[in-house]
Design a protein around this ligand. Structure first.
Ligand SMILES: NC(=O)c1ccc[n+]([C@@H]2O[C@H](COP(=O)([O-])OP(=O)(O)OC[C@H]3O[C@@H](n4cnc5c(N)ncnc54)[C@H](O)[C@@H]3O)[C@@H](O)[C@H]2O)c1
Ligand SMILES: [Zn+2]
Ligand SMILES: [Zn+2]
Length: 341
């Protein structure tokens, strides 16, 4: 079978490798779709500190089960599936306390271990999630980022009835905003500097879309949410500017969920965090319940994925996908690699 191997930043080779034989606890998946995300792009540019080369990418994926190992129950050939890409130790403190997503020696497929960028992929059945039979496999490959959004919101507890402010309308901010609505938030406002991306948010049913390039955030918050401002803020950019905005506009005593990944260490007004009793809360990836909730939100139409999928590339054109994203940063929201139609 063909496997795409990134041998060094920007260089992708297609190699012929043996078809994997699933171990007794594994399933063999015939790969269909791979979504490209921001972290993949960092790897492509050699700017992902935690990823050595060569690396096989692919962690936002979907496929159809081809074969199941002898001791696998509840999964069968023909099932549409996706899977959690974390590889965890099972013995560290977080793992022993149900927080495997923040395992002390966390590895992620497509970064520190082999990803699913091949025609077939064998993975432990415990990581696999069955997709509803009617779900488009294209959407199946986006359960991963949707689970990121569900988990991020879960860090704030129950968001129902809340007025939620989401900074950044990239795929992650968009999905956070949609998931917030889907989980019962009363009002959701999203910001970006790109009218194109705000247009996508609107298309996905987010009504309060604010271009922060030409609007004062504090004024917009006051106008839409009133004097009580936002009940919850999620930073989904990873820039010093947006995390500072979050701190500046937060109502006293509220939570700011830090979803964005920061390249540089931002200078932040911690005096305000202290004085206003703000809580800065981190969030990393997801756990299985987040995936199940994400599947439910997509299946019930509360999260719309179609507007986010902007482009497609054949498996053999993996590198072209990166070149395209590079040249179309704003318009390329979710680019899909079609491993098999
Ligand atoms: N915590 C996690 O587990 C997790 C998982 C996946 C991604 N992430 C991170 O989430 C962030 C968002 O991911 P993405 O794929 O949507 O990235 P993205 O780069 O596509 O989107 C970021 C958006 O922020 C917008 N932006 C830039 N400056 C802004 C400003 N001042 N105000 C408002 N918006 C602004 C950009 O126009 C863009 O639309 C990234 O930092 C990514 O690494 C975190
Ligand atoms: Zn990703
Ligand atoms: Zn662990």
């Amino acid at each position: 079978m063909k496997q795409s191997v990134m041998t060094s930043p920007g260089v992708i080779e297609f190699r012929d490798v043996p078809l994997p034989v699933p171990a007794s606890t594994e399933v063999l998946i015939r790969m269909k779709r791979i979504g490209v995300c921001g972290s993949d792009i960092h790897v492509y540019h050699g700017k992902h500190a935690l990823t050595p080369y060569p690396v096989v990418q692919g962690h936002e994926v979907s496929g159809v089960i081809e074969k199941v190992g002898g001791s696998v129950r509840g999964l069968a050939p023909g099932d549409k599936v996706t899977f959690q890409p974390q590889v965890t130790c099972g013995t560290c403190y977080p793992c022993r306390h149900g927080a495997y997503h923040i395992c002390d020696s966390l590895k992620v497929m497509g970064f520190q271990t082999t990803g699913a960028g091949s025609e077939y992929f064998a993975v432990d059945a415990s990581k696999v999630l069955k997709l509803p039979t009617r779900m488009d496999l294209e959407h199946g490959a986006m359960i991963e980022p949707a689970a990121v959004a569900v988990h991020a919101l879960g860090r704030a507890g129950d968001v129902s009835g809340m007025k939620v402010l989401v900074l950044g309308a990239g795929p992650i901010g968009n999905l956070v905003a949609q998931a917030a609505k889907g989980l019962g938030a009363a009002q959701v406002m999203i910001t970006d500097v790109s009218d194109f991306r705000l247009g996508k948010a609107r298309e996905c049913g987010i009504d309060l879309c604010v271009n922060i390039g030409n609007t004062d955030l504090a004024a917009a918050v006051k106008e839409h949410f009133g004097e009580a401002k936002a009940d919850l803020i999620l930073e989904c950019v990873g820039s010093p500017q947006t995390i500072s905005q979050a701190v500046a506009v937060a109502r006293k005593g509220t939570d700011i969920i830090v979803v964005g990944v920061f390249g540089d260490k931002p200078v932040l007004d911690l005096g305000t965090v202290q004085d206003r009793e703000l809580r800065l809360i981190g969030t990393l990836m997801y756990r299985e319940p987040d995936w199940k909730k994400a599947i439910e939100l997509v299946e019930s139409g509360k999260i719309r994925l179609a507007p986010l999928i902007t482009d497609h590339f054949e498996f053999a054109d993996y590198k072209k996908a990166y070149e395209y994203i590079e040249a179309n940063r704003e318009r390329a929201m979710k680019v899909m690699i079609v491993v098999e139609k």
